[in-house]
Design a protein. Structure first.
Ligand code: SAM
Ligand code: SF4
Ligand code: SF4
Length: 364
């Protein structure tokens, strides 16, 4: 039976279901909202803290040398544990999963994890961020397991510049080969992440844009961020988003376009001549904390609600201590509800002094 209600804008007839939705308390399992009204939507899963590169802005080789103690295997979440947590996150509103690290492709049998995650009802997208060194060998199995898309990190097309930035002299050609194989396997659209550091790879921005246009890739230019404690970040080394846009637009005119979905962190620009688009991730010069709907699960099972946090909630202790799904769900939802993170918006001399987790530990 329809109910007649008077509301702003006039008198409406509502069916029973609509009436109940308006008048009942929200279900207790409604997706949690944090203190700033942000809903949980994405989960980044770091599958390892190890990496075959030593990028200067992430794991500088002087700090992460031969003697550095990475996590022992027993401390890293198993695939079963990750899949169990992912299922609970999906129950709390997560729709997108991204595998990252460290370098996710150094984790053995990664396609088995992808296959488990792909079986979770409600997952709309599974993506991977990788340096592509091992992509040729693994792309077919990953695709078959249910991976949808990859983002490949590449900071220059110039071997000398890229070699310095990746810290191990890894050649550009092998990353380009990884990108090509991802495209052949249908892991599209391939996005390419380029971190820009002043005085190091600024001159690579335009050649990278040309390459991306010619190969149907979406280039995403990322401002060098002050993540972690070891990358020697200085504000002077950041090339602001506006300059990055100008560098490309002088050659290929660009126009802004709206975000593809609410909470997208990259601002999008389209080539006026139809040559595709560029994304700019301006976490320093134009922070986007207001739209931050991401949770991060570290390789050892801590839940982080901000890239710049000092510590996370130890979900591994709960998992291995015999917690039920309901208890895990309550711990995750509780943390999300109390979250008020907006580090990038507050960035200042004061916040610079705070202890922060390293990016390779929780995934970018
Ligand atoms: N190893 C994989 C890779 O490099 O693609 C995945 C992990 S990596 C931590 C994820 C992303 O974070 C990469 O695109 C990397 O360039 C970016 N990143 C790492 N340190 C950064 C920093 N200090 N500022 C901005 N982006 C950074
Ligand atoms: Fe490794 Fe990625 Fe960090 Fe580079 S950015 S050191 S590839 S985890
Ligand atoms: Fe999200 Fe923290 Fe980054 Fe702000 S600084 S966008 S809250 S991860």
């Amino acid at each position: 039976m329809a109910r007649i209600v008077q509301a702003r804008g006039g008198v409406h007839a509502l069916d029973e279901a609509h009436w109940r939705a308006m008048t009942e308390e929200p279900a207790t399992n409604a997706p949690p909202q944090d203190r700033l009204g942000r809903r949980l939507h994405d989960l980044r899963i770091s599958v390892t803290d190890r990496c075959n590169f030593r990028c200067t802005y992430c794991m500088p080789r002087e700090v992460y040398g031969r003697d550095y103690a990475f996590l022992p295997r027993a401390e890293i979440l198993t695939f079963e544990e990750i899949a169990r947590l992912a299922r609970i996150f999906v129950g709390l509103g997560v729709r997108k999963l991204r595998l990252t690290g460290g370098e996710p492709l150094v984790r053995r049998d990664l396609p088995d994890l992808v296959a488990e995650l792909a079986r979770i009802d409600g997952v709309e997208d599974i993506a991977l961020t990788t340096n592509a060194a091992l992509l040729r060998a693994q792309a077919p199995a990953l695709r078959q397991a249910g991976l949808r898309r990859v983002t490949v990190s590449l900071d220059s097309l110039d071997d000398a510049v890229f070699g310095v930035m990746n810290g191990v002299n890894f050649p550009v050609s092998r990353v380009l080969d990884g990108i090509a194989v991802a495209q052949e396997q249908g892991l599209r659209p391939v996005k390419v992440n380029m971190v820009v550091k002043r005085g190091v790879n600024e001159s690579s921005v335009l050649p990278m844009a040309v390459y991306a246009r010619e190969h149907g890739l979406t280039l995403r230019l990322i401002e060098f961020m002050d993540v972690g404690q070891t990358n020697g970040w200085r504000l002077e080394d950041v090339v602001p988003a506006a300059d990055l846009v100008q560098t490309i637009a002088r050659e290929f005119p660009l126009e802004p376009i709206p975000p593809a979905y609410p909470g997208e962190v990259a601002s999008r620009w389209r080539y006026v001549d139809g040559g595709g688009e560029v994304g700019i991730i301006a976490s320093v010069s134009q922070p986007f904390c207001g739209a931050c709907t991401r949770a991060r699960l570290s390789a050892k099972g801590e839940l982080f609600t901000c890239l710049f946090a000092a510590s996370g909630v130890d979900l591994r202790a709960l998992l291995r201590g015999g917690a039920t799904d309901e208890e895990l769900e309550a711990a995750i939802a509780g943390r999300w509800r109390e979250r008020g993170d907006r580090y990038s918006e507050l960035r200042s001399a004061e916040t610079r002094g705070l202890r922060r987790v390293e990016m390779f530990a929780i995934g970018g």
